[in-house]
Ligand binder design. Structure first.
Ligand SMILES: [Zn+2]
Length: 68
């Protein structure tokens, strides 16, 4: 079962929730574990952005300031 990160829209608390892909925050009636708000939003993990240490062959610079 995959783990998803949810961010509370009120207090910006981030929590990890394990549930199946077919379920949503609505169907699970997820609430913020910090402020009990039901306004939680799923964070989409982006492994692409996080692995920018490795020199890629694409040559694209995300900031436009990378030295050649
Ligand atoms: Zn909260």
């Amino acid at each position: 079962m995959p783990t998803y990160e949810y961010k509370c829209q009120k207090c910006e608390h981030i929590m990890e929730v394990r549930h199946s892909m077919s379920e949503t925050a609505d169907s699970l009636k997820l609430k913020c574990e910090n402020c009990s708000s039901s306004e939680v939003k799923k964070l989409i993990s982006t492994p692409f952005v996080m692995t920018s240490n490795k020199r890629s062959s694409s040559g694209s610079c995300p900031t436009g300031t990378c030295p050649l």
